[in-house]
Every structure is written in C-alpha cells, then in structure tokens.
Write a protein that binds this ligand. Structure first.
Ligand code: C5P
Length: 201
C-alpha cells in the first residue's frame, strides 16, 4: 500500500530529524528533497548550467560529500527558484512518493505541489532566532567562525527567497498540521508528528 507523508518547512526547523524518525517508526522510505536542489546547486558552483544539471541529475550526485555546506545551501535556494529546475525534479519525487510500502518526503513544496494528495501533511516550523541558534551551534561544532548574527541573516535571507519566489514557494498546505518546534525537545517534536500522522492512518 502507498501512504505518503509530506513534511515541509524552513531550514533548521527540525523537519529532517522528524522525517527520519517518522520514516524509521513506520518502516517507510525517506527522501530529503532538499538534497536534490543542493546537488543541482553544487553542480552550478562547478559551472554547469542549472537546468541541464537538474535534467541530468544522477543518484550518485546525491551522495556527494559537500552538499551540507553553507555555500551549497545558498546555491540550492537560488537554483530552486528556476521553474525549469523544479519541473525537471517533479517526476522523480512523485514516483518516490507513491512507492509501495510508504514514503516520507521532506522539503518546501511537498504538500502543496509535489504530493497535494499526500495522506498526511505536516508543516514544521520554529522562530528564525531558534533556527539560527541551532544552525550556529552545528556550524561551531564543525569549526566555523561565522557569528550568530551572520547565521541569522543567512537564515532570514534563505527564508525570504524560498517564501517569495513565484515558482512553488515555501508555504503550508491548507490541510497541513502546523508543528512549531521552537520550544519542543527533539523527542517531543517527533512524538507530536507521530500523533498527528496516527490520526490519518
Ligand atoms: O532543506 P534544505 O535546506 O536542504 O534545502 C535547500 C534549499 O533547496 C532550500 O533553501 C530551498 O530553496 C530548496 N528546496 C526547495 N524545495 C524543496 C526542498 C528544498 O525549493 N522541496
């Protein structure tokens, strides 16, 4: 049986962690769709034209080790505003969503554009300050010297670009359940997500 769980929201709100935990809980496959845009962004930084990069994206490209960097995140959000790039990635995401055995997809437009028919939709969010704080700590752990203010400015810049673009902007589907993780522990956020999904099973 196919059962699709769509999890959208801004960067560092916890949707990746929640998605992985939800997929493990139900034994579903998980696709972090941000990786698709990051892989296209990384190829753009290597000089490949973004639409061509999206049209020729291979599974191996998602395993590149440098996709989690700041530069690639910013490049991803730039290529993600190009309608032809988004179009080239639709079929792969939809096929993944309808696979037998169930799927969790996380991103920005899963509940609105990729899988409007998803059985369960969550929009995971948190304040920009809380998200920047989480990113800041993560980056510090990796030896980054960016200041909190720089990280906050980048979080806000990426939010604005993702929410204001004309093509599939980041927004909650009308039938999505909102989970604000600003004041939730990881465990509480995962429990809240599973509780909502259970109502739709
Ligand atoms: O989630 P992540 O931070 O990896 O996403 C990187 C960028 O990819 C986002 O800032 C956004 O611009 C883009 N993206 C998107 N649609 C998705 C997933 C990610 O536009 N479904």
């Amino acid at each position: 049986m196919a059962f699709t769980i769509a999890i959208d929201g801004p960067a560092a709100a916890g949707k990746g962690t929640i998605s992985k935990a939800v997929a493990a809980h139900y034994g579903f496959a998980h696709l972090d769709t941000g990786l698709l845009y990051r892989a296209v962004g990384a190829r753009m930084l290597d000089g490949v034209e973004p639409t061509l990069a999206a049209q020729t994206l291979r599974a191996e490209d998602l395993e590149a080790t440098n996709l989690r960097t700041h530069e690639v995140a910013q490049a991803a959000s730039k290529v993600a505003a190009i309608p032809e790039v988004r179009e080239a990635l639709v079929d792969f995401q939809r096929a993944f969503a309808r696979r037998q055995g169930g799927a969790v997809l996380d991103g920005r437009d899963i509940g609105t554009v990729i899988c409007p028919e998803a059985e369960a939709k969550l929009f995971v969010t948190a304040s920009a300050e809380v998200r920047a704080e989480r990113r800041f700590k993560e980056l510090q752990g990796k030896g980054s010297e960016l200041s909190f203010e720089q990280v906050l400015a980048e979080v806000k810049e990426r939010d604005a670009r993702d929410a204001e673009r004309a093509s599939a902007p980041m927004k909650a589907a009308e039938d999505a359940v909102l989970i604000d993780t600003s004041e939730l522990s990881i465990e509480a956020a995962i429990a809240a997500a599973i509780e909502e999904i259970e109502k739709r099973r």
